[in-house]
Design a protein around this ligand. Structure first.
Ligand SMILES: Cc1cc2nc3c(=O)[nH]c(=O)nc-3n(C[C@H](O)[C@H](O)[C@H](O)COP(=O)(O)OP(=O)(O)OC[C@H]3O[C@@H](n4cnc5c(N)ncnc54)[C@H](O)[C@@H]3O)c2cc1C
Length: 78
């Protein structure tokens, strides 16, 4: 099932790692440690799907991913 969610907050963790918080769709549940497929909802990026692991809890009212950026080439994490 596809969900389109907005970014709520971005925190810098290190020079190349950021923590992204997103809206959580109502009733959304996941298994801790589980990853999901993510893409950026913009032309040219929507089909570029990459897996990321939830770093939030089911009890949180947001979804969170902690993502390392590869800036050596212009791909999704960059
Ligand atoms: C199950 C699972 C869970 C994951 N969870 C997380 C997570 O929670 N957080 C996280 O940060 N990552 C996670 N990853 C890794 C994450 O999916 C990748 O870092 C991401 O897909 C990279 O996407 P990209 O488009 O930026 O890079 P891609 O283009 O997919 O490249 C990935 C790697 O290949 C190298 N590379 C590829 N092409 C080139 C090129 N032309 N020139 C130079 N280098 C190149 C990049 O340097 C990088 O090391 C997870 C992966 C899996 C499989």
């Amino acid at each position: 099932m596809e969900n389109i969610v907005r970014i709520l907050d971005i925190q810098e963790v290190t020079h190349d790692v950021k923590c992204f918080r997103f809206e959580k769709p109502k009733g959304y549940k996941f298994i801790p440690g589980q990853a999901t497929d993510v893409s950026i909802n913009q032309p040219h990026w929507k089909e570029e799907i990459r897996p990321f692991t939830f770093t939030s809890l089911n009890t949180d009212d947001y979804l969170e991913f902690t993502i390392k950026r590869y800036s050596d080439h212009h791909a999704v994490t960059d």
